[in-house]
Design a protein around this ligand. Structure first.
Ligand code: FEO
Length: 405
C-alpha cells in the first residue's frame, strides 16, 4: 500500500482489510473494506482517524506515514472524527508509541476515548466552528455531525484544499486495491462499488437518515473539492457525486424509491414457494421487476440493501409453530431497526395444522407503516382458486408500486 497525495501536504493513508470477520460483528464483507486515515503536514502534523489492528492495517499505516516522511511519534495531533473501534482500536497502543500526541474529538468523543481506552490525558474537546491551525496555511475546521452514525461524530474540513474528512459519512464497503480516487476507477468498477456503498449505508447509516441530511445542511456553505471518507473511495473529480448519493439514500425514507419489488421468502416444504411463484407471475404480468432473497440462505445484510432501495416488499413465509418462520422474524426486526418505512407490501404463506404467522407479522410491521395489500394464507398446498388469487395480488402489488410516490 502507498500513501496517496491529495495535495503536496495532505495524504490519504489506506489499508484494505480482507477478512472473514463480520463488520460490527454482524455484516459480512466478502469484498473487504478499506480503512482510510489522513495525514495533514503543516508546521504541526495531524493524523485524522486511526485504524484498529485488523488485517495488517496498523503496519500499513506506519509504512505509509513513513513514505510521507513521518514517523508515528512525529504526529502532534490525532483527530478522531468518530470513536467506533474500526477507527480507534489501535488508540491505546498508539498513545504508548507517541505519548505526546494530543487527541482531538468532540466532547462526547473525548468521553468515549476514556471509556474505551482508559486514556485520560492529552485530550481536547472541540465543537462546531473550532479550528486547529497547523501552520503553513493549513487549518482544520470542525463540524459536529451527530448520529452519522454515532452521537459523537464530527467531520473535519481543510479550507485551502477544500478537503472534507467525513469518516463514516459518505463511506462504503469494499476494498480499493492500489487506487483510491474516484477518477482512477472505471464505470464498471464504480457500479460494483456503488452496490457496496448502498449496502454499507443500509447496514450502518440507514437508521440515521435524518441526521445525514442535517449534516449535509451544516456543510452547505463549504466549498467541497475533495470528499475523503474513512471507508472507500476519495472523491476529487466529482465530490458531490457521493454527497448526492447519500442524500438520495436518505430521501428513500419518504419515497422516490426504485419501482421494483424486493421479494423476501422462506419455505419449509415448497407450499409457500409454489404460492410465491403465482405472485411472481402476477408481477411479471405487469412488467414489474423484482429481486429475490431467500431466508435464511441469504444474509440479511444484502436483503436490507435491496429492501432499502425498493418501493415494493413481498414477504412469503409459512407459519412455524404458531408464529412467523423464524428467519423472517429476524429479517423484519432488522427492517424495523433500519427504518425500512412506508413500503408497498404484500405477505403470503401457507400453514400446516394451524395459522399464526399473520398475527405476529402484523405486529412486527406495525411500526413500519407499510401500505399493505390484504394477506393471502392457505392451508397446506394452494389450490387453483388460491393460485389465481395470488396471481391477482401480484398484479395489484405491481400497480401499487408503480403508483407510489
Ligand atoms: Fe467506520 Fe462507525 O465506524
Amino acid at each position: 500500500m502507498k500513501a496517496f497525495p491529495i495535495s503536496d501536504r495532505i495524504y490519504a493513508l489506506h489499508a484494505d482489510v480482507k477478512t472473514e470477520d463480520l463488520f460490527e460483528g454482524i455484516w459480512p464483507i466478502p469484498d473487504g473494506v478499506s480503512l482510510n486515515s489522513y495525514l495533514v503536514k503543516g508546521d504541526k502534523i495531524a493524523l485524522i482517524d486511526l485504524v484498529r489492528d485488523w488485517g495488517g492495517a496498523t503496519a500499513a499505516l506506519e509504512s505509509e506515514l513513513s513514505q510521507a516522511g513521518v514517523k508515528l511519534a512525529d504526529v502532534d495531533y490525532l483527530v478522531l472524527n468518530h470513536l467506533e473501534p474500526d477507527h480507534t482500536g489501535w488508540l491505546a497502543e498508539y498513545r504508548r508509541l507517541n505519548p505526546k500526541v494530543q487527541i482531538i474529538s468532540t466532547a462526547k468523543g473525548v468521553e468515549l476515548v476514556k471509556s474505551f481506552y482508559k486514556v485520560t490525558e492529552g485530550l481536547r474537546a472541540v465543537k462546531t466552528g473550532d479550528e486547529l491551525d497547523l501552520g503553513s496555511g493549513l487549518v482544520l475546521k470542525f463540524f459536529e455531525t451527530p448520529n452519522v452514525h454515532w452521537p459523537e461524530t464530527m467531520m473535519s474540513y481543510e479550507p485551502s484544499t477544500g478537503t472534507l474528512f467525513s469518516c463514516d459519512g459518505f463511506g462504503s464497503f469494499g476494498m480499493l486495491g492500489d487506487r483510491i480516487f474516484d477518477d482512477q476507477f472505471s464505470a464498471e468498477e464504480h457500479r460494483r462499488l456503488e452496490a457496496e456503498s448502498l449496502r454499507y449505508y443500509a447496514n450502518i447509516v440507514a437508521s440515521f437518515g435524518l441526521f445525514v441530511r442535517k449534516a449535509v445542511e451544516k456543510l452547505a456553505g463549504l466549498e467541497l473539492k475533495v470528499v475523503a471518507p474513512s471507508h472507500g473511495i476519495v472523491w476529487r473529480r466529482d465530490p458531490m457525486a457521493i454527497v448526492g448519493r447519500y442524500l438520495k439514500y436518505a430521501g428513500w425514507l419518504e419515497g422516490g424509491r426504485d419501482k421494483e419489488v424486493c421479494v423476501v421468502w422462506g419455505s419449509m416444504y415448497g407450499n409457500t414457494e409454489r404460492g410465491l411463484k403465482a405472485v411472481l407471475a402476477g408481477l411479471e404480468d405487469e412488467g414489474m421487476p423484482y429481486v429475490m432473497h431467500r431466508v435464511p440462505n441469504q444474509d440479511v445484510s444484502y436483503i436490507l440493501a435491496d429492501a432499502y432501495r425498493c418501493e415494493g416488499i413481498l414477504v412469503a413465509m409459512p407459519t412455524y409453530e404458531y408464529k412467523m418462520f423464524p428467519p423472517m422474524a429476524y429479517a423484519l426486526d432488522i427492517f424495523e431497526r433500519k427504518h425500512v418505512w412506508g413500503r408497498s407490501a404484500l405477505r403470503i404463506g401457507s400453514w400446516g395444522w394451524i395459522g399464526g404467522a399473520k398475527k405476529e407479522y402484523e405486529e412486527a410491521i406495525a411500526p413500519l407503516k407499510w401500505n399493505c395489500l390484504e394477506s393471502v394464507e392457505w392451508a397446506g398446498g394452494a389450490g387453483p382458486e388460491t393460485l389465481e388469487l395470488l396471481r391477482e395480488r401480484g398484479r395489484e402489488l405491481a400497480r401499487r408500486v408503480r403508483e407510489a410516490k
